[in-house]
Design a protein around this ligand. Structure first.
Ligand code: AHG
Ligand code: MN
Ligand code: MN
Length: 344
């Protein structure tokens, strides 16, 4: 075991960095790690047991739920309930937030927003999926926590992370002091530190976007795609296009190699598709902590004021230079529109 540092050891070692509630946040992260291992076990044997396919139900956003969506949701809620540090879970799979009311969570101070299974359309075809989580400290001091405790800006996150169930399983998280990645060693059943202090390259040559929606994209995004496809040896263009369809997997790859992931507004999703609280905010916190950038094309994701649980946002996230370039093109489109309206 010499030289190996497990997630549990690392969390304890780093808890001195937390400004408050040291043991509690550590325990919460540990609980999430435990649930991730249970979900990982099921994801890995998905082809062997009757857990593939549709559950025959819909979530509040009208999306069909997979059996594994529901399984993962249940596992995370259950781990957070037994752990006793979380008072509310807001999850993609439940219409309303879930209040945790168990004797052990009487004094719980944390809110967890979670996408229990990200990229679930990929489960049935053996492609990487993930889990995304965001942790806030409750704002209210007395009584039961409320929706207002959940609807906090991304800048208020005390921790965020994701798990990727891919060719190996990794847990990557931040508590606002850099980003660290742990790979699950199945032989000992532990997440082990494998990617200390992760940094995203400032520039890259991968762009990730569902280009099938091209006709419905804002002009600024269309311009950026064309820019990505132009030959220019000095800036390594044309870029490489890579799109998995699991946000976690696409952003994880770009975090390591350098790149940009865009899910803009489209005609059918005028506010974007991805959810602010449990997809955009946590990924933005991680990428910023790794030295990258995340916006909705105009404004920093982490500064968007949430007003509903399942609120959506467009997202431009990844290497600093690439995101800035895409933002410039979005801004130019906006100016063009204003000028056209004024001169009409
Ligand atoms: P989820 O499976 O949690 O609903 O998330 C799916 C999301 C995201 O992971 C992915 O990048 C995106 O939807 C893919 O959407 P398109 O199929 O529209 O490209
Ligand atoms: Mn998702
Ligand atoms: Mn999901």
């Amino acid at each position: 075991m010499s030289g190996i540092k497990t997630l549990g050891q690392f969390i304890i070692e780093k808890q001195a960095d937390f400004s408050y509630a040291k043991g509690e946040l550590s325990r919460l992260l540990r609980d999430i790690g435990i649930a991730a291992k249970i979900v990982n076990r099921e994801v890995n044997k998905a082809g062997l047991v009757d857990i593939l396919g549709d559950a025959g139900t819909m979530n509040i956003q009208g999306e069909g739920q997979k059996k594994l969506d529901i399984y993962a949701n249940t596992q995370f809620i259950s781990a957070l309930t037994s752990g006793g540090e979380c008072c509310i879970v807001a999850t993609e799979e439940e219409d309303d937030f879930v209040r945790i009311e168990s004797p052990v969570s009487k004094n719980a101070k944390y809110i967890v927003c979670i996408d229990p299974l990200d990229g679930s359309s990929n489960i049935d075809v053996n492609v990487a999926v993930g889990t995304i989580f965001s942790i806030f400290r409750r704002k209210s001091i007395e009584g039961t926590a409320t929706l207002a405790d959940v609807l906090q800006k991304g800048t208020e996150q005390v921790a965020a992370g994701y798990v990727i169930y891919g060719s190996s399983t990794m847990l990557v998280y931040t508590t606002g002091k850099g980003v660290n990645g742990f790979t699950l060693d199945p032989s000992i059943g532990e997440f082990c530190l494998s990617h200390p202090d992760m940094k995203i390259p400032q520039d890259g040559c991968i762009y990730s976007i569902n280009e099938g929606n091209y006709v419905h994209f804002p002009e600024g995004v269309k311009k950026y795609i064309k820019y990505a496809q132009v030959h220019d040896a000095a800036s390594n263009r044309p870029y490489t296009s890579r799109y998995i369809g699991s946000m976690v997997a696409d952003i994880h790859r770009n975090l390591i190699k350098g790149g940009i992931y865009i899910y803009p507004t489209t005609a059918s999703s005028p506010n974007g598709k991805l959810r602010l609280l449990y997809e955009c905010n946590p990924m933005a916190f991680i990428v910023e902590q790794a030295g990258g950038r995340a916006s909705d094309g105009f404004n920093r994701i982490l500064e968007i004021e949430p007003n509903e649980l399942h609120q959506r946002a467009s997202i431009f996230i990844g290497s600093e230079k690439m995101v800035r370039m895409a933002e410039e093109m979005m801004a130019a489109e906006y100016v063009e529109k204003v000028v056209t309206v004024q001169s009409a």
